[in-house]
Design a protein around this ligand. Structure first.
Ligand code: C5P
Length: 220
């Protein structure tokens, strides 16, 4: 990696507010924002449950048909797949669950790790995900891990959906968050875990501004 490029990692469980914060931090630092969850969602959406029955080779052949690129800075960052910006079709709980299940597969993880590292050789970025600080960018200088109880994360998502005028069931949302936590924290490869040298921020009792300020305090 070129020395003048920097990588900030921001990891944590589903619904902790990573996306909002990662975009805002990227904007403040005038660097790109990389949503690595979207990459896993793309494969979850494209391959579905059948991915679990594919051989390593088959999966690699499927994966080879997709190229990712990142352009823009901060809020205007755009992740594209095969030249087209990733759209809202991947932003459903069904696709999230599929993403979480393909995220266990070594072929998927290895391919995306390579792509994520490759992107970081072209631009400075804030990388949001589950294993950015622990596995993909172990030497990043700035690493953050956000956490909050599943109940708090569920309540935040519930409020977001209500604000958008969408129907929501709080108990079901908390249940889905707990299921995804369990999958993400207990998988064998690259489980969701804070890197040893990450700054851990418990956001349960903080609002977005509070978390943003505590992150920005770490920068020179
Ligand atoms: O962050 P997001 O909710 O979009 O991620 C969807 C799923 O993709 C996660 O639940 C997780 O299983 C997987 N993921 C991952 N590693 C990453 C980013 C996401 O395993 N770096």
């Amino acid at each position: 990696m070129q020395n003048n490029l920097r990588v900030v990692t921001l990891d944590g469980p589903a619904g902790v507010g990573k996306t909002t914060l990662a975009k805002r931090v990227a904007q403040e630092l005038s660097i790109a924002y990389l949503d690595t969850g979207a990459m896993f969602r793309i494969f979850g959406w494209k391959f579905g449950k059948s991915a679990q029955n594919m051989s390593e080779k088959e999966l690699e052949d499927h994966i080879a048909q997709y190229t990712f690129s990142l352009s823009g800075i901060g809020f205007d960052s755009v992740l594209s797949v095969n030249g087209a910006p990733v759209g809202d079709e991947i932003r459903t709980e069904e696709v999230a669950a599929l993403a979480s299940s393909v995220a266990k597969l070594p072929a998927v993880r290895n391919a995306l790790k390579r792509v994520q590292r490759e992107i970081s050789t072209q631009t400075s970025l804030v990388a949001e995900g589950r294993d950015m600080g622990s596995v993909v960018f172990p030497t990043a200088k700035y690493k953050f891990f956000l956490d909050a109880t599943a109940e708090e994360r569920g309540a935040r998502r519930f409020n977001q959906l209500q604000e958008m005028g969408k129907e929501a069931d709080l108990d079901r949302i908390i249940e889905q968050i707990k299921e995804r936590d369990l999958q993400d924290r207990t998988r064998t490869i690259a489980p969701l875990v804070a890197a040893k040298d990450a700054h851990i921020i418990d956001t349960t009792h903080l609002d977005i501004d509070g978390v943003f300020n505590s992150i920005m305090n770490f920068f020179d």
